[in-house]
Design a protein around this ligand. Structure first.
Ligand SMILES: N[C@@H](CCC(=O)N[C@@H](CS)C(=O)NCC(=O)O)C(=O)O
Length: 194
């Protein structure tokens, strides 16, 4: 069984890669050079016709075309890994809640951080509530760190990278989560911090 992750430095491939590192899931990494337009070349478009990273090929499962399963979208890849390779999803409720947090991270939090008009309108409100929920120090779903924590934390940990001027002192639980994340060996490896 081989999992092949297509990614590149400073892309959202860091999310599923961090998850696989944390969970000890073996994988092959194929790094594409975005500046060199490698993600727009026919051999990669055969994997993800949208030409976006990340993509995952899982040869333990067969896709609709009879070939190894290919997935794009970091949230879908995380859910797949959580369900089929990490044994993280044990109940329907866990699956639904994990799906909810992955969509929140990719569709709501990402936009509140990176789209300037949304940032002005939504950032403080989302941060206040996330800070409140994270104050409990518990995983977002179930009893163990999982795909939901990976996705939400990955975005929060982008804050000091992309917006170093942002004052996070009103959100101490988020500040503390970012600094403990920056010390996790798997995160440091994936983010090239060592
Ligand atoms: N919602 C997608 C976003 C994918 C995406 O936009 N990836 C960027 C890298 S972070 C990319 O491939 N950019 C190259 C391009 O759009 O040409 C996901 O979470 O996987």
């Amino acid at each position: 069984m081989t999992l092949t992750l297509y990614g590149g430095p400073r892309t959202r491939a860091s999310m599923p890669r961090w998850y696989m590192e944390e969970k000890g899931i073996p994988y092959d990494l194929v790094e594409l050079d975005l500046r060199g337009n490698q993600h727009r070349q026919p051999d990669y478009l055969a994997i993800n016709p949208f030409g976006k990273l990340p993509a995952l090929v899982d040869d333990s499962l067969t896709g609709a075309d009879g070939q190894p399963l290919v997935l794009f979208e970091s949230g879908a890849i995380l859910l797949h890994l959580a369900e089929h390779h990490a044994g993280e999803i044990q109940t329907e409720v866990q699956r639904s809640l994990t799906n909810q947090w992955l969509l929140f991270a990719n569709a709501t939090l990402a936009i509140a951080l990176f789209v300037p008009s949304n940032r002005e309108r939504e950032f403080p409100r989302l941060m206040e509530e996330l800070n409140r929920q994270l104050t409990q120090g518990r995983p977002l779903v179930g009893d163990h760190w999982g795909a939901s924590d990976c996705a939400v934390t990955a975005y929060l940990a982008y804050l000091p990278i992309f917006f170093p001027q942002e004052d996070l002192s009103p959100y101490p639980a988020i500040q503390s989560l970012i600094s403990t994340t920056q010390q996790r060996p798997a995160y440091r490896k994936v983010m090239g911090m060592d």
